[in-house]
Design a protein around this ligand. Structure first.
Ligand code: CP
Ligand code: NVA
Length: 260
């Protein structure tokens, strides 16, 4: 037993659904001797319009740390400004930092240091993509991004300091060429359901399939934060294929968040 968090509650607030994030935080807190309390918008006063600032004052008096999954990044920042305890981002529309901690750890486990390597991001320039781009600045690797027209990276929204660590490609095949890691995510993220039909049409050529994987390095890995849609952003032959490390990625949410 290793229980440095004995008697310490984590409050987890979910305004969006989750399997991995909830489970990994809850199991991790349990393993470290603490407790995790689950609150969702549906069954708390947050869903009835209690101001986020008031909720932060109250919730942070009853726990030692908070994790929030919400919509706009501004919501978590407002919460954090009024919280007495640290606040972890469990995913916002703009970022998903816990996921990228796990992904980079997974890369290091399989291939060693990520500095100087090339990561190809294929698909939507969403929260997971933005956080990969931030990580590239921190860890010193490069990201080749290919999105359909109209879905390009917005550097300010992505929270980037510069454009030195990524390059955009109109053709996903070009983006993947020579990459050490190919990664993608759903075409329609939580909170964007109304755009689902349009996105399915716009993203048709941005599916990572075996032919696309052959453009990457012979030892390239494939990652997906999950949940995945086989036949949309990733072909089943890739998601379930020999280059895929998606189950290690999911497991590493537990280990990296315990470290965090
Ligand atoms: N990857 C991820 O965050 O999964 P959940 O939505 O299941 O938490
Ligand atoms: N980009 C996805 C990630 C889910 C873990 C979403 O925000 O829905």
């Amino acid at each position: 037993p290793y229980h440095p968090l004995f008697d310490r509650p984590l409050v987890m607030i979910f305004e969006k659904q989750s399997t991995r994030t909830r489970l990994s935080f809850e199991a991790g807190m349990h393993q470290l001797g603490g407790a995790a309390i689950f609150l969702s918008t549906r069954d708390s006063q947050l869903g009835r319009g209690e101001p986020v600032e008031d909720a932060a004052q109250v919730i942070s008096r009853m726990c030692d740390i908070v994790m929030i999954r919400t919509f706009e990044q501004d919501i978590i920042e407002r919460f954090a400004r009024h919280s007495r305890v640290p606040v972890i981002n469990g995913l916002t529309n703009e970022y998903h930092p816990c996921q990228i901690l796990a992904d980079i750890y997974t890369f290091i486990e399989h291939r060693g240091a990520i500095a100087g390597k090339t990561v190809a991001w294929i698909g939507d320039s969403n929260n997971v993509c933005n956080t990969w781009l931030q990580a590239a600045e921190v860890f010193g690797f490069n990201v080749h991004v290919s999105t359909p027209p109209g879905y390009e990276v917005e550097p300010e929204r992505a929270g980037l300091y510069g454009t030195d660590h990524y390059e955009e490609f109109a053709d996903p095949m070009e983006a993947v060429r020579g990459a050490d890691l190919v990664t993608t995510d759903v075409w329609t993220s939580m909170g964007f359901k109304a755009e689902g039909g349009t996105r399915r049409r716009d993203f048709g050529d941005w599916q990572v399939d075996a032919e696309m994987m052959r453009q990457a390095r012979a030892d390239a890995l494939f990652m997906h934060c999950l949940p995945a849609h086989r036949g949309e952003e990733g072909a089943a032959e890739v998601i379930d294929g020999w280059q895929s490390v998606v189950w290690d990625e999911a497991e590493n949410r537990l280990h990296t968040q315990k470290a965090l």
